[in-house]
Ligand binder design. Structure first.
Ligand code: DP6
Length: 374
């Protein structure tokens, strides 16, 4: 029996925490809404050793972003209903929903649960390409799934401000594993601030860890949307091609492992210049690697090179900043907060049509809402 009533998605977490229903000890969640923020890799994951388990060749390090996130609800449905996936208010047709529906089936099997469900997900990204990342999508979905089935451990409930306190088996490490199985980069979005995905050697050891949940470092990211079109080579396909065909792949693995340990040192030392320099070089390594695949490919467009030249010009003018680029043509500029305005101004003057959005560190996964039944 549903005893929690139906709370609007916007109900404040505080109100829910205070509610008698939410603290009932035998309560099991029936529906949960989780928020996960997108992360941007400063040292990138670019290649799987095991595609089925999404085990990477290298560790990677990211910054979780405040302004870009996904809110996802997972609701258990009566057995007579069909499962459905609603994205940004519109039902997703079965052929496009397959990745998500198959993922939930695998998570149900992993945790010995079953039954139809409804997923409703809303992306809060002012920029459509490059930041509407699978990292926030799968971290939010994994958390909503765990919340709806009441699988969260006490530690997870505390860390994620869950309005429903359960004492299940899933802690933040298992949540990160589950997110990884949906999309590798999602393993890092479970955590706020700076996070690392330890490559590990198997399902148990390949997990995200927090490097610094609330960094004091003044570090901002300005995303510049050069092109909103769907990328022609998906991340999954791009990384597979370099692993299978680039003679330089072993060099990438060696460099990236070294970059990870140097990045950890730079983060520990709150060294802005070190972080920016390492992130920029690692992005260039990744994009150079793509050209050495057979057939070679690039995510760059002419405007990407213009943007790189603009970052160089800004530095020449005394505005210290660095760029990183993911599996698309768009550029993200790392800077101190005092330079965000000037960076935006320069890009706007050069490319009046582009969308520009700045942000800084965001938190890890949090629950916004839950309903409970006895
Ligand atoms: C360039 O996590 O999207 O953003 O595991 O195949 O879903 P799959 O890949 P995904 O790849 C992200 C690639 C990247 C670098 C990174 O985020 O580390």
């Amino acid at each position: 029996m549903i005893s929690g009533g139906s709370q609007p998605a916007s109900a404040s977490v505080d109100a829910l925490v205070r509610s008698e229903v939410a603290v009932r000890s035998r309560a099991a969640a029936h529906s949960a809404t989780a928020r996960a923020h997108t992360n941007i890799a400063l040292v990138k994951y670019w290649g799987k050793k095991d595609a089925a388990l999404r085990l990477p060749f290298t560790s990677s390090i990211s910054m979780t972003l405040e302004r870009f996130y996904a809110d996802t609800s997972f609701t258990l449905l009566p057995s007579t209903q069909e499962s459905e996936f609603i994205l940004d208010g519109a039902p997703v047709p079965p052929h496009r929903a397959a990745r998500v529906l198959d993922y939930v089936a695998a998570m149900q099997q992993r945790h010995g649960v079953s039954g139809p469900f409804r997923i409703e997900s809303v992306n809060h990204v002012p920029i459509s390409a490059g930041l509407a990342s699978s990292s926030s999508a799968f971290a939010a979905l994994a958390a909503a799934f765990v919340g709806a089935y009441g699988l969260g451990s006490r530690e997870l409930c505390e860390a994620t401000k869950s309005p429903v306190k359960t004492s299940g088996p899933v802690d933040r490490t298992e949540l990160s594993r589950m997110a990884r199985l949906g999309s590798g980069s999602a393993s890092r979005s479970v955590f706020g601030g700076f996070a690392k995905w330890e490559r590990g050697t198997d399902d148990a050891t390949s997990v995200g860890v927090s490097l610094d949940e609330k960094p004091q470092l003044d570090l901002c990211l300005t995303a510049i949307e050069i092109d909103t079109a769907q990328k022609s080579v998906s991340s999954t396909a791009g990384m597979r091609r370099v692993v299978e065909t680039s003679p330089y792949y072993p060099v990438w693995v060696e460099n990236t492992e070294r970059a990870c340990s140097q990045m950890e040192d730079a983060i520990a030392a709150a060294d802005f210049t070190g972080i920016g320099t390492l992130a920029q070089q690692n992005a260039l390594d990744m994009h150079a690697l793509n050209m050495t695949a057979h057939p070679g490919f690039t995510y760059f467009q002419p405007e990407t090179l213009t943007a790189i030249a603009t970052v160089e010009a800004l530095n020449n003018d005394g505005v210290e900043c660095y760029f990183t680029i993911d599996a698309g043509p768009n550029i993200k500029v790392l800077s101190r907060s005092e330079n965000v305005e000037e960076i935006s101004r320069r890009f706007r003057a050069l490319m009046p049509a582009v969308t520009i959005a700045s942000t800084s560190f965001g938190p890890g996964v949090e629950y916004l809402q839950a309903q409970v039944r006895e």
